[in-house]
Design a protein around this ligand. Structure first.
Ligand SMILES: Cc1cc2nc3c(=O)[nH]c(=O)nc-3n(C[C@H](O)[C@H](O)[C@H](O)COP(=O)(O)O)c2cc1C
Length: 371
């Protein structure tokens, strides 16, 4: 643990609440504030910016091959000498492999989407996604300061191997039961992911629709269920949310959507504009993009596809072709606009300004509360 004098010299902006967190010592950071890990939308720049500021920049590796994981870790190490988090999805290998090579059995709505785009339905490759085991091997190889897992238990073997190379391990829970299972699997901290959060609902012990617990109710349940530090996620976009989460017993906070809306994120400009628009005040849970329920802004893509979807990850792979072309055209109607419920609170467009404001506002509120 660092002493008080160290905080003043190492991180002059470090607020009082940060010093109380076990997470700062565990993760080697100054402020227990994490960015979201954005599968397919993470950027080295955003991750490194937040890590440099003393928080924990996270980077989503969904779909990354082992080589790409190695290359990304190297780029992050070049960009920052502070700790960062690499995040992977726990995916069953049969699901990750998909239907195999050939023409996939696409639902009618997806076929119509390709017809409309004037593109043939693509043939599926040998595998849709790299295997989870290969991704874990690559993580052990690159030994990131922190590894994050979502959609399940990483497995005791993976946790042990990561600990052996000095990597701290974080899991994600949507219920107290999931948090307890993650702790039993050996993780060092648990993210409590409330129903307000942008992106996928990562439940793994019950159907996601049965585990839509709001952050306010979920955080204290997870805090009661485990002894390891808890990180609150979902619907937090300003200092009030950060302070409230800490008062609920969280020792850290993960802010996703608000960082995704900053210029440093990898989200296309049209996506960032949608996050900051009036439309972001209404989000829906939809399987349209990936086959699994995720929270986002309704657009033409969600309306056209509705619930007529292929299983995950085939749906994600199929719509990915359409979404990539739309992103290139700057068309926000056919990309996945994943977005949390706190988007209307977004005020900052720069990641440094956002981080500073979150920390200062939370610190002021917590000092007033202590007084
Ligand atoms: C576009 C997008 C992609 C995401 N991808 C991942 C991911 O790959 N892995 C993960 O653990 N969480 C992912 N999340 C969830 C974030 O890490 C974070 O927990 C969440 O955004 C917090 O809620 P908020 O958006 O309300 O701030 C994603 C969120 C968004 C908005």
């Amino acid at each position: 643990m660092q002493g008080y004098a160290d905080w003043l010299t190492v991180a002059p902006m470090t607020p009082g609440w940060a010093r109380r967190s076990r997470l700062t010592a565990l993760l080697g950071i100054d402020v227990p504030l994490l960015t979201g890990a954005f599968g397919g939308m993470s950027s080295v720049e955003l991750t490194a910016t937040v890590s440099d500021l003393g928080g924990l920049g996270a980077y989503g590796l969904y779909g990354y091959s082992p080589d790409r994981i190695r290359e990304t870790a190297a780029r992050l190490r070049e960009a920052t000498d502070r700790p960062f988090l690499l995040n992977v999805w726990v995916i069953d290998d049969d699901d990750a492999a998909g239907p195999g090579p050939g023409t996939a059995d696409a639902p009618a709505a997806v076929r119509r989407l390709f017809e409309e785009a004037g593109a043939p339905l693509p043939s599926t490759p040998e595998r849709l996604l790299p295997s989870f085991a290969d991704q874990v091997d690559a993580l052990v190889d690159v030994a990131p300061p922190v590894a994050g897992f979502v959609f399940g238990l990483p497995g005791e073997d993976a946790v042990r191997r990561l600990h052996e190379v000095g990597t701290a391990v974080i899991g994600t829970a949507t219920t107290g039961q999931e948090a307890a299972a993650l702790e039993a699997a050996g993780v060092d901290a648990v993210i409590a992911s409330g129903a307000e959060a942008g992106g996928h609902k990562p439940s793994f012990l019950s159907p996601p629709e049965d585990a839509l617990i709001g952050t306010m109710a979920l955080v204290p349940q997870v805090v009661d269920a485990v002894t390891v530090p808890v990180i609150a996620a979902g619907g937090i976009a300003d200092g009030r949310g950060v302070a409230a989460a800490l008062l609920l017993g969280a020792e850290g906070v993960q802010v996703g959507t608000a960082f995704l809306a900053t210029e440093q994120s990898a989200a296309p400009a049209a996506y960032r504009a949608a996050l900051r628009s009036e439309r972001a005040s209404r989000t829906v849970l939809t399987r349209a993009s990936s086959g699994r329920p995720a929270r986002g802004i309704a657009n033409r893509l969600t309306e056209l596809l509705g619930d007529d979807v292929a299983p995950f990850p085939l749906q994600n792979w199929l719509t990915g072709r359409i979404r990539a072309a739309a992103a290139e055209r700057g068309d926000a109607e056919l990309i996945a606009l994943w977005c949390g419920q706190a988007a209307p609170l977004i005020t900052e467009t720069d990641a440094t300004a956002l981080f500073t404001r979150l920390v200062e506002d939370a610190d002021r509120l917590l000092s007033q509360n202590a007084g």
